[in-house]
Design a protein around this ligand. Structure first.
Ligand code: PMT
Length: 236
């Protein structure tokens, strides 16, 4: 990268989905591939930062020179983020955290047939199973509560409608400096694709639209904002 404007900075990036177990062989998760977060980690490294990448399960090759911490559940991701928070100048939270987990995951594999009951049954007559879910902690909001002055916090907002309204609400509610709002229903944007489009909404009132570009390019635009903010006067 031509500009080493993050030299001497340490950045924590999260990427990928989390998995919340239902039983020993099944989990709740989402479509995140990790590409967006890995792109942020790679570009931050190119720009000179030392990077810690807290990653949910993905098949992606970790970027060279980046320290990778592998996690599975939201709880593990939260623990890893809090462990690293005191060490970093900025956090970019691109992970798609599963919002809910099972209240009590089964210790044994859940069976399709109830014990002793005959198998089979048509669609209408099949055995029903209710899963009780509970919301997992909001990792980003918990980081915002514990951050020290001067640390820059960036979140994403994955929306399926009313993009800017809902993203502004998240900016306020989570107490972060920047929200990267992406409409995940837009073709070529959001989950799994190589490209993404976003509106960058700053708590300082800045608003930047990034058209559909490679995830690396969007990552660079996010890092431009972070670099400018880190270079600015210390905040209280
Ligand atoms: O991984 P890819 O396939 O490349 O896809 C990229 C992406 C669509 C996953 C990415 O661009 C994106 O939008 N990531 C955030 C996904 C998400 O969980 O958004 P949200 O609107 O539900 O959450 C808002 C913010 O709070 C996010 O920064 C999220 O990481 C964070 N969060 C959410 C829930 C939770 N329990 N704790 C959190 O910290």
């Amino acid at each position: 990268h031509p500009v080493k404007d993050l030299l001497g900075r340490r950045i924590l990036v999260t990427a990928g989905p989390t998995r919340e177990p239902l039983d020993p062989v099944r989990f709740l998760s989402n479509r995140s591939s990790g590409k967006m977060g890995y792109a942020v980690a790679r570009m931050a490294r190119y720009r000179g930062a030392s990077v810690v990448l807290v990653s949910g399960p993905t098949w992606l090759e970790p970027p060279a020179g980046v320290e990778v911490v592998r996690v599975e559940t939201a709880e593990q991701m939260q623990a890893a983020c809090h462990q690293w928070l005191p060490e970093v100048d900025a956090v970019v939270m691109a992970a798609a955290v599963a919002d809910f987990r099972a209240v009590s995951p089964s210790e044994a594999k859940i069976k399709r047939e109830a014990d002793g009951a005959p198998g089979g049954g048509d669609a209408a007559g099949g055995r029903r199973l209710l899963l009780e879910l509970v919301a997992v902690p909001d990792i980003l909001a918990s980081l915002a509560q514990r951050r020290r002055p001067g640390q820059v916090l960036v979140g994403f907002a994955a929306e399926t409608g009313r993009l800017e309204d809902l993203a502004r609400e998240k900016l306020r509610r989570k107490g972060v400096d920047l929200i990267v709002a992406n409409d995940v229903t837009r073709p070529g944007a959001g989950f799994e694709s190589e490209t993404n489009a976003a509106i960058l909404l700053g708590a300082d009132g800045t608003r930047t639209e990034v058209p559909l570009v490679a995830k690396e390019s969007l990552a660079d635009r996010i890092l431009d904002w972070v670099a400018a903010r880190l270079a600015g006067p210390a905040r209280d």
